[in-house]
Design a protein around this ligand. Structure first.
Ligand SMILES: C[S@@+](CC[C@H](N)C(=O)[O-])C[C@H]1O[C@@H](n2cnc3c(N)ncnc32)[C@H](O)[C@@H]1O
Length: 250
């Protein structure tokens, strides 16, 4: 069960619970006489689905999603919500978070404290070529492009809406972003490669880093260490989320 994509597992759990609730409705007249209010049945469905999800292999925080799926659908029916809007919302969400489904990497952004740390990392270097793997809205690329030691600042991004925003931001503030899959980048070109992704791609990414990056270059991962690889340095930052930068000197 745990090998199934989470969204499929979540839907199977909802269907399983629906089956249980349906059987319950058939058996219930022996104890409580009908009719049963729809909101009550929806509440039971939502509650049961959220209670069993964690035990059946979904991350425990998905219990909230599992609770609000039936409640949201019910409210949508009550309010006669046009399904076309659901489709529009889905498409927009997909265009922002496409990589959450494909790569298990959602969009969240590097903060200013972390950018200052990146600035410190390059300040004594000359002619740095910087790359942000999965550059989101392009903020890091623009920021790094303005630093004296940085000769080129690039970013790659495949989610359509963040990519378009990154294009606008870098056009205004400097740097360059490309609509490119990070797995197709040539890391050998860069002196500092930065990634703020998720635990999921780190082992594969480390193989790419080892194969391509040149001696003397630096790979920085925000928050997610490469499993079983000792970083050269670990920087604990003083921002509110206590960001940790894992620095690997090749
Ligand atoms: C956590 S965000 C970080 C954004 C930005 N680097 C920052 O630090 O502010 C990760 C980004 O990586 C992008 N991403 C994930 N997998 C990717 C891939 N294979 N190729 C390009 N971009 C990818 C996601 O779309 C997302 O925008």
């Amino acid at each position: 069960m745990q090998r199934l994509p989470k969204i499929v597992l979540a839907l199977l759990i909802q269907l399983g619970v629906l089956l249980v609730v349906t059987v319950g409705v058939y058996l219930a007249p022996a104890v409580i006489s009908p009719p049963y209010p729809y909101w009550g049945l929806v509440f039971i469905q939502a509650l049961l689905a959220s209670l069993v999800s964690c035990r059946l292999g979904l991350p425990c925080w998905w219990r909230w999603i599992q609770f609000f799926i039936p409640v949201g659908l019910y409210l949508g029916v009550l309010l006669k919500f046009d399904p076309i809007w659901a489709l529009v919302i889905f498409v927009v969400v997909w265009m922002v978070f496409a990589n959450a489904f494909k790569e298990r990497v959602p969009l969240y952004l590097t903060n200013n404290t972390t950018r200052e740390a990146l600035k410190n990392l390059v300040k004594r270097k000359r002619r740095v070529r910087f790359l942000d793997l999965g550059c989101g809205l392009g903020g890091n690329v623009a920021f790094m492009s303005q630093l004296k030691p940085v000769a080129e600042s690039h970013g790659v991004e495949t989610a359509p809406i963040p990519y378009l925003i990154s294009k606008m931001i870098t056009a205004l503030r400097g740097g360059q972003t490309f609509a490119m899959d990070m797995w197709k980048t040539e890391l050998a070109y860069y002196d500092v490669v930065y990634a703020f992704l998720s635990p999921e791609p780190m082992p594969r990414l480390w193989n790419k880093v080892k194969e391509e990056m040149l001696p003397g270059s630096i790979f920085v991962s925000n928050s997610f260490a490469v499993p079983d690889v000792e970083p050269s340095e670990v920087w604990e930052l003083s921002d509110s989320r206590k960001t940790i930068l894992y620095i690997y000197r090749l």
